[in-house]
Design a protein around this ligand. Structure first.
Ligand SMILES: Nc1ncnc2c1ncn2[C@@H]1O[C@H](COP(=O)(O)OP(=O)(O)OP(=O)(O)O)[C@@H](O)[C@H]1O
Length: 639
């Protein structure tokens, strides 16, 4: 068993004291708390706010000043609010809603920004169109994107007002996309003294949780703001670059943090038993050599690696045997209960393959810019099917007329336009609705031969739902007023990483085109997966969480993704030249991404941890696990 240092529970208490010193209104100082899994970063954030309220709260309230607390997801914001308690002194928001709140009053400047940016996007599309082969589907898609962007620029020729919903779909020509809101905010923070003054005066402190996933352009703008306002404004970053999951985050966050910032250190892991902490340490060693220590009152813990052939015929059966074996090894009968064990599939393709939505998933996963939205289900183009069409089909199939109408009333422009419809069909105002629903059912949406495209065309033809911008290039212009109006292309999926991306990228058009040719019947299992209602967890879903027993499944044969590869991490498959280059340059490649995912999932375990590696070369996996000192020989089993 690998040895690990232990320390008393108060080992890191000085970090909280250091943060408290930084949060001094008389001399604000920026800090970066960069610490590993389970070290109590969220707890330190709570302690910092509690301590501040006690010492400076009353004075701050009198002056109308606040500490802004920003995080990545609504779930994380809710989690912090629950831990800290609601307090107007500490407004807690997601990064997107924070940004929108601060730019929404700059309507004319937003328009000017778009008018500067869109022509460059358009030029990029034209260039790609000129280089690409004529007559292909991609060329057709680009042509439509060019038309939409041109229309959007024309639409901007008179003063306009813009809207944005941080939590939902941003349909319509006046709405901004998620990525636009972040980019505009970064640009305004950099260039607008009024925006800088508002931020600094209102929030002398800005705390960012999960800062490893914060959009890099925005972080850079905030770093510049902090540098220009030293002594008046302090930023506090909480995070762990080893747990960076969204490709939007800054890959070199630590290097970017200015030297003058405080660097409180937390090395004690309060969550996991010693063996799990030791595994986390060896996994992250090649990245940053941060070694955690265990609490002196912690358990030794149990970790096992089960190695099996990727050709294993009954994988669920194999995993049940693994759980039974873990129950025996840990003396913990709860391992035998599926519900008592958190199974983390890590790689979504694996879940996709097991749950029956692989084709649609793989199609969209071609474009890395869609990957985050795809994994959270948070792309307007997908939500059209998961949240609008699929529930309608389910209610109509169940002959639940009430549910059909309630759903359409809440979501369909057909019913919003009921008054108009009434004048054209006074005898039966609901006739168009019925016709649309009947047409949808007539497509036989449960059949594996019914494509998303067929469903989309039906939705557009009967105007059942608004068509999101990303899908508009695929429906003919005569499909209803939404499509014929001078709508802007505003892609939701540009929540995704690449800042240089034009709003309508050819790659995303190709991905959507491929997606539309896959079966619509894959929607329900996909929707269940992304909503985390299924038995499998996703790595994004579990970040920040902890579970007693964790079962991590590594399986590239199901995964088939190019973003991650366990076979390569476990040296069962040779590295490509690109992999080698990334490793040599210490840049972000598939191997390190895989390593980070493995780190995030393994470090969720509070008691015991099992990994199941399905591989083409079991001997190589075992040899690599031993050589890298991830496991010792009595921790590896081949059932
Ligand atoms: N000082 C402490 N004393 C006792 N328990 C603690 C302490 N700090 C943290 N914990 C516990 O350790 C666990 C991990 O804490 P927390 O979630 O704050 O860590 P984190 O650094 O945000 O984790 P991660 O980065 O892995 O999401 C929680 O169960 C928390 O209650």
């Amino acid at each position: 068993m690998m040895r690990i240092e232990t320390a008393p529970p108060d080992f890191d208490d000085s970090a909280d004291a250091q943060i408290q010193e930084c949060l001094n209104p008389a001399a604000p100082k920026s800090f970066f708390l960069y610490a590993g899994a389970g070290s109590g970063k969220t707890r330190s954030l709570k302690n910092a706010l509690d301590g501040f309220r006690e010492t400076h709260g009353a004075a701050f309230r009198r002056l109308g000043k606040k500490i802004a607390v920003i995080t990545y997801t609504n779930a994380a914001a809710d989690e912090i609010a629950e831990r800290v308690g609601q307090d107007s002194l500490f407004p807690i928001s997601t990064i997107h809603s924070f940004c929108w709140r601060h730019i929404e009053t700059y309507q004319a400047d937003i328009q000017a920004w778009l008018l500067e940016t869109l022509p460059a996007d358009l030029a990029d599309l034209h260039e790609k169109q000129a280089k690409g082969r004529a007559g292909t589907k991609a060329a057709l898609d680009r042509e439509r994107a060019i038309a939409s962007t041109t229309r959007r620029i024309e639409w901007l020729s008179v003063p306009r007002r813009f809207s944005y919903n941080p939590n939902g779909d941003n349909f319509g020509q006046d709405s901004l996309s998620h990525s636009e809101v972040l980019k505009i905010t970064a640009a305004f923070i950099e260039t607008k003294p009024s925006m800088q003054a508002v931020l600094v005066n209102k929030y002398p402190f800005l705390l960012i949780d999960e800062s490893q996933d914060t959009n890099k352009a925005l972080l850079e703008a905030l770093f510049a703001l902090a540098a220009a306002n030293e002594g008046k404004f302090g930023m506090g970053l909480f995070g762990d670059t080893m747990q960076r999951i969204f490709l939007d985050g800054h890959p070199e966050l630590e290097r970017l943090v200015p030297d003058g910032w405080a660097h409180p250190v937390k090395r004690l892991n309060h969550r996991s038993p010693q063996r799990v902490i030791a595994l986390g340490n060896v996994l992250r060693a090649p990245i940053d050599r941060q070694y955690q220590v265990a609490r002196e009152d912690s358990d030794a813990g149990v970790v096992r690696l089960f190695v099996a052939s990727s050709a294993t015929p009954d994988k669920p059966g194999f995993e049940q045997r693994v759980r039974d074996r873990m129950a025996e090894l840990c003396g913990d009968a709860a391992w035998q209960e599926e519900a008592e064990v958190k199974t983390l599939t890590l790689e979504h393709h694996m879940a996709a393959s097991r749950r029956g939505f692989l084709e649609m998933f793989q199609a969209l996963d071609r474009d890395s810019r869609l990957s985050t939205g795809l994994r959270t289900g948070d792309i307007a183009g997908l939500r059209l099917f998961t949240e609008r069409v699929a529930p309608l089909v389910a209610a109509a199939r169940a002959k639940d007329a009430f549910a059909v109408m309630a759903h359409l009333r809440a979501t369909s422009p057909l019913l919003k336009r009921a008054a108009v419809v009434q004048t054209t069909t006074p005898d039966d105002p609901l006739r168009p609705v019925r016709a649309g629903v009947e047409a949808l059912l007539a497509l036989n949406p449960e059949s594996p031969t019914t494509t998303f495209l067929a469903v989309l065309e039906c939705v557009a033809k009967y105007q059942l739902f608004d068509i999101p911008a990303s899908l508009r290039p695929f429906v003919a212009d005569d499909h209803g007023p939404e499509a014929t109006s001078a709508d802007a292309i505003i892609d939701e999926e540009k929540l995704e990483p690449d800042d240089e991306t034009v709003e309508v990228s050819p790659a995303s058009l190709e991905a959507w085109r491929a997606f539309l040719e896959t079966p619509f019947c894959q929607t329900p299992p996909f929707a269940e997966y992304v909503s985390d209602r299924g038995p499998f967890g996703t790595h994004q879903g579990v970040k920040g969480l902890e579970f007693e027993r964790v079962l991590v499944i590594l399986d590239d044969s199901d995964a088939r993704g190019f973003l991650f590869s366990y076979e390569k991490l476990f040296e069962a498959k040779p590295l490509s030249d690109t992999d080698r280059k990334h490793l040599a340059d210490a840049t972000d490649g598939g191997i390190n991404r895989t390593r980070r995912l493995l780190y995030v999932t393994c470090t969720r375990a509070r008691k015991s941890l099992a990994l199941v590696a399905y591989t083409q070369d079991p001997d190589a996996v075992v040899a690599a696990a031993l050589r890298n000192k991830w496991f010792c020989s009595d921790e590896i089993e081949r059932l």
